[in-house]
Design a protein around this ligand. Structure first.
Ligand code: SAM
Length: 250
């Protein structure tokens, strides 16, 4: 007997909403460049599959979810995983109406109209931060990409992950007959603002250590840096409360 992997858990755990498949969870972690200590907003959280992947990667996650029953399900799934529950908070709220956080490193969206979040995301995300949206159709993806251009997001990219397993037995070596043909499209973009934008000048990440900011830099390095902590670095952090805080493999 071996412990279930995160992939096993996501596919078997109790669900309210449809979960993001493991193949896409892996891609999201890389495309959104998730690292320990990052401050991430996730909306909506659904069953918590993406939350679990983010927490296992060491991020601090605030989730917004419309439905109370889904929020409770996500929180209980995260708690059962045994990793990162102390770095997880879910609020019952509509992300289309606004974002309460500022200085976020990443915003991850799995909901039908992510373009409605962009006006709020430009205020909540730090300059250079990454927004990542998961969408089932290319029409939605196209609408999001157009809207991103109008809201100061650049370096955009969209992809889908095709995952084909192989049958390997003696001399029979071939692709499996069946595969999951389509799940969703993944779009990422970065918040790019002019150097004289007040949000760039106010970005606390530009103050403490310019080498740690991946956004446009300001020269206000002497300013008060009241938010100085792990959350301001996008590089690998002290991982003491990171992915290892769960359990060891047998
Ligand atoms: C497909 S599910 C998310 C699944 C989740 N990513 C996972 O891996 O388990 C979409 C969720 O978004 C929520 N949602 C839809 N619109 C929302 C909004 N405006 N604000 C917050 N949550 C929203 C829905 O209630 C639903 O739970």
């Amino acid at each position: 007997v071996v412990r279930p992997t995160l992939s096993d858990t996501v596919l078997k755990m109790p669900r309210g909403a449809q979960v993001i498949y493991p193949k896409d969870l892996g891609a999201i972690l890389i495309e959104a460049d998730i690292a320990p200590g990052m401050r991430v907003l996730e909306a909506g959280v659904g069953s918590g599959a993406l939350s679990m992947a983010l927490l296992r990667a060491g991020a601090d996650v605030v989730g917004y979810e419309l439905r109370e029953d889904f929020a409770e399900r996500a929180a209980s799934n995260v708690e059962a995983m045994g990793v990162g529950y102390s770095r997880y908070r879910v609020e019952i709220r509509d992300v289309y109406e606004g974002i309460g956080e500022v200085g976020l490193d990443r915003i991850l969206l799995d909901l039908p109209e992510p373009w409605r979040v962009l006006p709020h995301a430009t205020k909540a995300l730090r300059p250079g931060g990454i927004l990542c949206a998961y969408l089932p159709s290319i029409n939605q993806t196209s609408q999001l990409r157009s809207s991103m251009e109008q809201h100061g997001f650049g370096m955009a990219s969209s992809l889908e992950v095709l995952h084909r397993t192989w049958h390997i037995e003696d001399r029979s070596v071939r692709p499996d007959h069946r595969m999951v043909g389509h799940t969703g499209f993944l779009t990422t973009a970065r918040l790019l603002l002019p150097f004289d934008d007040p949000r760039v000048l106010d970005d606390p990440r530009g103050q403490s250590d310019s080498s740690q900011s991946d956004g446009p830099q300001s020269d206000n390095s002497q300013s008060d840096n009241s938010q100085s902590d792990n959350s301001q670095s996008d590089g690998p952090q002290d991982q003491s409360d990171g992915p290892q805080d769960g359990s060891a493999e047998p």
